[in-house]
Design a protein around this ligand. Structure first.
Ligand SMILES: NC(=O)c1ccc[n+]([C@@H]2O[C@H](COP(=O)([O-])OP(=O)(O)OC[C@H]3O[C@@H](n4cnc5c(N)ncnc54)[C@H](OP(=O)(O)O)[C@@H]3O)[C@@H](O)[C@H]2O)c1
Ligand SMILES: [Zn+2]
Length: 375
């Protein structure tokens, strides 16, 4: 008698297919934070049950994952199966279409993680491959593929980068003491998670007060990993002359301000190698438009409550990551994660969906998405 195998109802493909797709995602992650405005993509070529070629997309302008995998496999691509985490492209961009390269190489089967999120081209690559007589299986490990590229998907669909608000608070809901001191609320493990998160983002934003009080580095503190562009929003430009964030050898910094604010300090920043940009009026919404135009997919808001409230109110935040430490600091005037949103009744509260609670060392991480209805 056959032993019944429990397979989750929405599982696509075999267990081996899942394993190979997970390998694609592992390869894709090697370029974490470096591919924007392009997605993270990995590819694996399998012949007679063995991996004969692997590849990933290293950065925009470089060949796609499939091309690297085909090069590595050489002649062995003929009659092989290729696994790729995103639908192969079918248009001439900076590189020729991967669909044509796969057809020319003579692969016999293509296993795709997720369909291209761009509604204008979605399904085109798959249709082209099928028209050439190649078997195509779609949707293996789809949820994991979508998760890895959530910033890219959001960018394509909304023409804005995905905004992630991250903060660390005490059990009584404070992000600093009444005097503004906040190092450290969370434990080392939670802080390492934040470093990894930064490595996956294109930019990290703080306001003037955070620079004045915390003097943060805002780097990913990991050898060889990506550092996001550090963005300071300051209307006043009343900022310290010496701050860690002005040291641009390790990571670049841009200060966004309003037209005409403090020309002397503006000049000093330029001399230090910090980029300075003036906006007629500086708002989170305008900043997100600017970062979209700069080609970014995911932006991390690491600001205090005043700027966070403004960012939420303007629809610049879609995802929340809240670290909660089992500590109590008190203080009637100690800052909280989100300033005034103008709400007066609980019925107005913004709700999170797809919420996950996770223990990180002695702290807790709550992760969720602001419901679309909220904006
Ligand atoms: N625990 C945590 O996770 C965490 C994280 C970050 C900060 N903090 C703490 O939070 C406190 C600072 O809080 P904060 O709310 O003042 O944060 P902030 O991140 O400094 O943001 C406020 C500043 O942003 C600038 N800004 C530019 N455009 C703005 C706009 N449209 N709306 C609002 N602000 C704009 C202003 O700078 P200018 O005044 O220069 O014009 C303003 O003072 C500090 O004590 C810090 O330690 C804690
Ligand atoms: Zn391609």
């Amino acid at each position: 008698m056959l032993t019944p195998v429990t397979v989750s109802s929405n599982m696509v493909g075999s267990e081996f297919d899942s394993l190979m797709m997970q390998r694609c995602l592992q390869l894709a992650r090697r370029a974490l934070g470096r591919t924007s405005p392009n997605p993270l993509v990995g590819a694996v070529i399998v012949k007679d049950g063995e991996i004969v070629g692997e590849g990933f997309h290293p950065c925009a302008g470089e060949p796609h994952a499939e091309v690297f995998a085909l090069r590595a496999a050489g002649e062995k691509s003929h009659g092989a199966t290729i696994y790729v985490s995103l639908e192969p492209c079918n248009h001439y961009g900076r590189t020729p279409p991967c669909s044509e390269a796969l057809i020319a190489a003579g692969v016999s089967k293509v296993v795709v993680g997720m369909v291209d999120p761009n509604p204008l081209v979605a399904g085109g690559g798959i249709a082209r491959l099928r028209a050439a007589g190649i078997e195509v299986l779609v949707g293996v490990e789809e949820a994991a593929c979508r998760q890895l590229n959530e910033g890219f998907i959001y960018r394509i669909l909304h023409k804005r980068p995905l905004g992630i608000l991250k903060y660390a608070m005490t059990l009584d809901g404070k992000i600093a003491t009444s005097s503004g001191h906040s190092a450290w609320i969370t434990n080392q493990e939670a802080r390492s998670e934040v470093h990894q998160l930064r490595a996956a983002c294109d930019a990290v934003i703080v306001g003037g007060n955070t620079v004045r009080y915390d003097n943060p580095y805002l780097t990913s503190h990991q050898q060889g990993s990506n550092n996001p562009l550090r963005v300071v929003m300051s209307r006043s430009l009343n900022l310290p002359e010496n701050a860690r964030i002005w040291e641009v050898a390790e990571a670049p910094t841009v200060v966004l301000t309003e037209v005409g604010s403090s020309p002397d300090f503006h000049k000093l920043l330029l001399e230090k190698g910090v980029e300075v940009l003036e906006f007629p009026s500086l708002t989170p919404e305008k900043v997100m438009t600017y970062l979209y135009e700069r080609g970014f997919c995911s932006v991390l808001w690491e600001c205090g409550g005043t700027l966070a409230a403004s960012a939420i109110a303007q629809g610049a935040v879609q995802k929340i990551l809240a670290f909660i430490a089992p500590k109590i600091i008190g203080g009637s005037h100690a800052p909280t994660p989100v300033g005034d949103l103008g709400f007066t009744t609980m019925t107005e509260a913004l709700s999170l969906e797809r919420v996950h609670w996770r223990v990180v060392g002695s702290d807790c991480l709550v992760e969720g998405y602001l419901s679309e209805k909220s904006h």
